[in-house]
Design a binder for this molecule. Structure first.
Ligand code: MG
Length: 471
C-alpha cells in the first residue's frame, strides 16, 4: 500500500433533537457514517449495529468485501428489527469508504445506501459522489423539482432505500482513483440540509486538519439551524505513491486532460443513470415529539432494475459503471476522437468546396495582357489564384507598340474578361481602332481646297470604348 490516508471526524446531536442517532467509524482503514431512523431508540440501534457489523465483516481490502460487509450490515439490522417489536421498522443509511487493492494499484472504494453522502473535494471543487436514495431526489432527477425546490421540499426525509428495511437491498458501490490532496467528506443529511455546498467547499479549502475541518462543518450546521443530528468524517489522501505526478505527466502529454475534466462531468452525469435509482423501499422519516426519528415503514421488495442484473450487488471491478474514473475517461477519449474526426472531416469538406470555387473562378475567367511584346488572351487571372496559374488561351499579332495609348495600362495590368468571347471582342476592338488609325495616318495635309468629303476618321476622333469592357 503506497497510498496513505489521514482522517478526522465530528458529530453532534444538533439544536433540536435530544438523541444522536448518527454513528461513525474511523477504524481499520474503514471510514463510515450511518444515520439511523426509528423510534424507541431504533435509530441509534440501527446505525450503531450497521457500523459494528460493517467493521467486523470486511475481511480484505477489496470493493467486493466492502460491499458484502454492507450487505451483512443490512441483514443484521433487518434481523434485529424483526426480533424486537419496539425496534420494528428501524433502519439506517450507510456511507462507507475504504482503500482497496486494484491489481497492482490502489483505489478508494465506496458504498452507499440512503441519503447520507460522500463528497470528493479535489482541486478546489466539491463533487457529490453518491446519489441520494430519496423520493425528492427521484423527483428532482425526473425534472419534477428544481434543485431549489428539492432542497426545501417537506418530504425530503422520505427515503427510497435504507439498510434494515428489507432482507435484500441494492447498495451503490464504486471506486475512485485516489490522488494526493484529495479530501473525502462522508456526512449525514444534518450537514448538507443546513450548509450550502459552497460553504462546505470553502471550509474544506480553508482548514487543513481533518478533525478541525469536521468540527467546523458541524458548527456551521448548528449555526444554520441544527435541526438534525450532524456527523462528518473527513478522509485526506496525504500520499499517493507518486500517482498524481505520473498522472499529471500523462495528462499533460495527451488529450486525456480533456478526459479528466469530462470524467468529473461524466461522473456527475453518471449519477443520473446509476442503477438502483428505482424505489425499492419507501421509508418516511418523521420526528417524534422527543425529536428522534420515528418511522412507519412501508416497503416494496427490492427489485433490481431490468438490465442491472446483480451488477450493483457485486460491483464487479472493471465494469463500465464502476471504476468510473478510468472507464468514463476512456469513453470520453473515444467520444472526443469521433468528434475530432467529424470536425476535421467537416473542415476538409469546407476547404475542398472553397478550393473548388476558387479553382472554378480561376479557370473560368480570362484576361488580355502581354506575352513578350504581343497582346495575348490568357485563361485565369493576372496574379493567379492559389496554385491555379494563368495559361495562354490565344495569341495575337498585335504588338505592344500598336496598342492604342489609352489602352496600354489596362492591357499591361491584364484586362479581365468574363469569358473567352468577351476577351476576343476586346482584342477585336483593339484591332479595329488600330486599323482605323492606321488608315487615317498619316493624315495628308490638304494642298488644295478641301474636297467634298474627308477621307475616313481622323486621329482627332476619340476611340470608342470597347463595348465589352466591363466598368
Ligand atoms: Mg439525519
Amino acid at each position: 500500500m503506497t497510498t496513505r490516508l489521514r482522517a478526522g471526524s465530528a458529530t453532534e446531536v444538533g439544536r433540536v433533537r435530544s438523541v444522536n442517532q448518527d454513528s461513525k467509524l474511523l477504524t481499520d482503514g474503514i471510514y463510515a457514517v450511518a444515520d439511523g431512523m426509528g423510534g424507541h431508540q431504533g435509530g441509534e440501534v440501527a446505525s450503531a449495529l450497521a457500523i459494528e457489523v460493517l467493521d467486523d465483516a470486511v475481511i480484505e481490502p477489496t470493493v467486493e468485501s466492502l460491499l458484502e460487509a454492507a450487505q451483512a450490515a443490512n441483514a443484521a439490522v433487518f434481523e434485529k428489527a424483526s426480533e424486537k417489536t419496539e425496534l420494528t421498522g428501524m433502519g439506517t443509511t450507510l456511507c462507507a469508504l475504504q482503500l482497496v487493492e486494484a491489481g497492482d494499484d490502489e483505489e478508494i472504494a465506496w458504498v452507499s445506501v440512503g441519503d447520507s453522502r460522500i463528497y470528493l473535494f479535489r482541486d478546489g471543487t466539491l463533487i457529490q459522489l453518491t446519489t441520494d436514495h430519496s423520493l425528492v431526489e427521484d423527483l428532482r432527477r425526473d425534472g419534477q423539482l428544481t434543485d431549489e425546490e428539492a432542497a426545501i421540499h417537506p418530504q425530503r426525509n422520505i427515503l427510497t432505500r435504507a439498510l434494515g428495511i428489507d432482507p435484500d437491498v441494492v447498495i451503490d458501490a464504486k471506486t475512485v482513483i485516489p490522488y494526493r490532496d484529495d479530501r473525502y467528506l462522508i456526512c449525514s443529511d444534518g450537514l448538507f440540509n443546513e450548509v450550502q455546498e459552497s460553504l462546505m467547499a470553502a471550509t474544506l479549502r480553508r482548514i487543513e486538519d481533518p478533525d478541525e475541518a469536521a468540527a467546523e462543518l458541524v458548527r456551521l450546521a448548528n449555526e444554520h439551524g441544527g435541526r438534525d443530528n450532524i456527523t462528518c468524517v473527513i478522509v485526506d489522501v496525504i500520499d499517493d505513491g507518486g500517482r498524481s505526478e505520473a498522472a499529471s505527466k500523462a495528462l499533460a502529454a495527451s488529450e486525456v486532460v480533456s478526459a479528466e475534466r469530462g470524467e468529473r462531468t461524466s461522473q456527475e452525469a453518471g449519477k443520473d443513470g446509476a442503477p438502483g435509482d428505482e424505489v425499492t423501499s419507501v421509508v418516511p422519516r418523521t420526528a417524534d415529539a422527543d425529536g428522534t426519528d420515528d418511522r412507519t415503514a412501508y416497503s416494496t421488495p427490492a427489485v433490481p432494475r431490468q438490465g442491472d442484473d446483480d451488477l450493483w450487488d457485486r460491483a464487479v471491478p472493471g465494469s463500465p459503471e464502476d471504476h468510473f474514473s478510468r472507464g468514463l475517461g476512456r469513453g470520453r477519449v473515444k467520444h472526443l476522437t469521433w468528434r475530432v474526426l467529424a470536425f476535421v472531416f467537416a473542415l476538409l469538406v469546407i476547404a475542398g468546396a472553397a478550393v473548388g470555387a476558387i479553382g472554378y473562378f480561376a479557370r473560368n475567367t480570362y484576361y488580355v495582357g502581354y506575352r513578350g511584346d504581343l497582346v495575348t488572351i490568357y485563361k485565369g487571372t493576372p496574379s493567379g489564384e492559389l496554385w491555379f496559374k494563368p495559361t495562354v488561351e490565344r495569341t495575337t499579332q498585335i504588338a505592344r507598340t500598336q496598342v492604342p495609348v489609352e489602352y496600354r495600362d489596362d492591357v499591361a495590368k491584364g484586362k479581365k474578361q468574363p469569358s473567352l468571347g468577351k476577351a476576343l471582342d476586346y482584342v477585336q476592338n483593339l484591332r479595329t481602332i488600330i486599323d482605323q488609325r492606321a488608315t487615317a495616318t498619316p493624315v495628308t495635309p490638304p494642298t488644295t481646297a478641301p474636297t467634298s468629303a474627308p477621307v475616313g476618321p481622323t486621329t482627332a476622333t476619340p476611340p470608342a470604348a470597347p463595348a465589352t469592357t466591363p466598368p
